[in-house]
Design a protein around this ligand. Structure first.
Ligand code: PGA
Length: 240
């Protein structure tokens, strides 16, 4: 795993966006795996800036997203679909038909089958990832099989606690989500994983410890041939 240690969130966001811009320049038909959460917002801001400055176009790009809450309509302000539109998709020239997104409402078995089918037709060139304070990647919580594909997940108490800041209270945080599996994430050609802030330090250290266990989903990333970890000074405090 290649590690880039930055001074702060802005630097982390700029460096990650620059890596994606380079990939887009080399391949305008890039298949980009997107993540939600607080971590990648700055990366999206920088990518939007690159688009506005005419450095890149997204018109031939295809996107896949990692996960979605179960029970929230796509128009719900806390749905991940809404998040992506608000923070990224609505500000670039992405063809809406090239957006692939798991749906968390309706018949879930159908939602899983449909999304897996879409994923299986493409190979993700670059996957952006955050990491949960409990080591989850996407919504693959501790204990998820490394062989998992798209599936429904019961969210960990820690994850619901971490995400309640976006809702009025804990009760409003959905209990279930639909998520790409770990095997799907590992199939990406390249992964950029971002971590910032003190509350990610433990997760970063565990991941880098080299102990591979399904109890810490991000530990599998050490086996991937092309992962770049970009951390700020707080999440990366213990990295030499
Ligand atoms: P965060 O979430 O970016 O909001 O910290 C990361 C994650 O849960 O993967």
């Amino acid at each position: 795993m290649k590690v880039i240690k930055c001074n702060n969130y802005d630097e982390m966001s700029e460096i990650s966006a620059n890596l994606i811009v380079e990939d887009l320049e080399a391949n305008p038909q890039l298949v980009l795996g997107c993540a939600t959460g607080s971590t990648p917002i700055g990366t999206y801001k920088n990518l939007i800036k690159a688009y506005e400055n005419k450095l890149v176009s997204f018109k031939d790009v295809t996107t896949f997203n990692l996960d979605e809450y179960v029970g929230l309509e796509t128009t719900h302000e806390q749905s991940y679909r809404f998040f992506m539109e608000d923070n990224f998709f609505n500000h670039i020239d992405l063809n809406k038909e090239n957006i692939n997104f798991p749906l968390g409402s309706g018949n879930l078995d159908e939602c899983i089958k449909k999304y897996q089918g879409e994923l299986d037709k493409k190979v993700i060139d670059v996957q952006i990832l955050g990491i949960g304070s409990n080591g989850h990647i996407a919504f693959n919580e501790p204990g998820t099989s490394f062989d998992s594909h798209v599936h429904t997940v019961k969210l960990d108490t820690q994850t619901r606690e971490d995400n309640k800041r976006f809702f009025n209270n804990l009760d409003e945080v959905p209990e279930f989500a639909i998520s790409m599996g770990i095997k799907d994430i590992m199939a990406a050609k390249k992964i950029i994983i971002l971590a910032n802030g003190k509350n990610k330090k433990y997760a970063v250290n565990e991941m880098l410890s080299g102990l591979k266990t399904e109890e810490f989903p991000a530990s599998i990333l050490m086996d991937h041939p092309d992962v770049t970890l970009i951390v700020d000074s707080e999440a990366g405090e213990d990295i030499e």
